[in-house]
Design a protein around this ligand. Structure first.
Ligand SMILES: Nc1ncnc2c1ncn2[C@@H]1O[C@H](COP(=O)(O)OP(=O)(O)OP(=O)(O)O)[C@@H](O)[C@H]1O
Length: 244
């Protein structure tokens, strides 16, 4: 895989009807790190991710890679819902991107990734026979199958119970290490376990907080002292962000 670049967001403005979601928003997402993005519901997190993914066009400004090469084709997107096709096996769902692009599927590589997320034995199972955590692991394997240097994740684990969530966070940290990852989450613990830098988006138009940094490589233990201190600081920033 090529060296994952960082992402430059420059002078972004976007309005929906009379609402100004972004006005002159600029920031940088570090290369080869996990960046966590938190903030109140409706502030514009998903919209920001969609702009970076090229799925939404801003009124002004834009998004570029720090290596100046085009971003197109270098981004994988993992959404909150697993979006698995109900009639296709786990294996075929992992290869869905290739199928949709008309590319030759690589079942051996897909199976290897299912094995890495602990689902080798379920390769031929249909999604409805799998638990929510298993389905999100299939979705994670599908994201990895795309093998893109940049990975955008929109609350990917929010529907899971807390222990399943801790386990899949560990997997994501291991399997996505070295890529440029932007993770939207409402879970301060998830942000602190996985993020190298944590940002809070708040206000209308939305502004980014100064980043918080958690020491040590992800995934961090949930009871790590430095993590708990950062989580406290993050909770204060989130409380201020929610104040009217
Ligand atoms: N296609 C659209 N048309 C009109 N308004 C939109 C559209 N998409 C988003 N919005 C509005 O833009 C704002 C930001 O929405 P967005 O989904 O990005 O928020 P969010 O921070 O991701 O929220 P949540 O945490 O609840 O997922 C909201 O006020 C939303 O209603």
């Amino acid at each position: 895989m090529e060296t994952p670049p960082g992402i430059l967001v420059r002078d972004l403005s976007l309005h929906f009807g009379g609402v100004t979601v972004f006005e002159g928003l600029s920031f940088e997402i570090a290369a080869q790190k996990f960046t966590a993005l938190l903030g109140p519901s409706g502030v514009g997190k998903t919209t920001l991710l969609r702009i970076i993914a090229g799925l939404e066009a801003p009124a002004t400004g834009g998004v570029a890679a720090t290596d100046r090469a085009p971003l197109a084709g270098r981004i994988a997107y993992m959404a909150q819902q697993d979006f698995l096709l109900p009639w296709a096996s786990a294996l075929r769902n992992v290869m869905l991107g290739a199928t949709l692009r008309g590319a030759r599927p690589e079942p051996e590589r897909a199976l290897h990734l299912l094995e890495r997320v602990g689902l080798g034995a379920q390769a031929h199972a249909l999604p409805q026979t799998l638990s929510g955590g298993m389905r999100q692991r299939v979705a994670l394997a599908r994201t990895l199958y795309e093998d893109r240097p940049i990975v955008l994740m929109d609350e990917p684990f929010s529907a899971l119970d807390s222990i399943t969530r801790l386990k899949i966070q560990n997997l994501a940290a291991e399997l996505l290490a070295g890529r440029t990852v932007l993770l939207i989450t409402h879970d301060p613990l998830e942000a602190c376990r996985l993020g190298h830098a944590l940002f809070v988006l708040s206000g209308a138009p939305a502004r980014l907080s100064e980043p918080l940094h958690v020491p040590g490589p992800p995934p961090r233990a949930a009871d790590d002292i430095a993590l708990l201190q950062t989580q406290g600081a993050l909770m204060r920033t989130l409380t201020e962000a929610a104040a009217p």
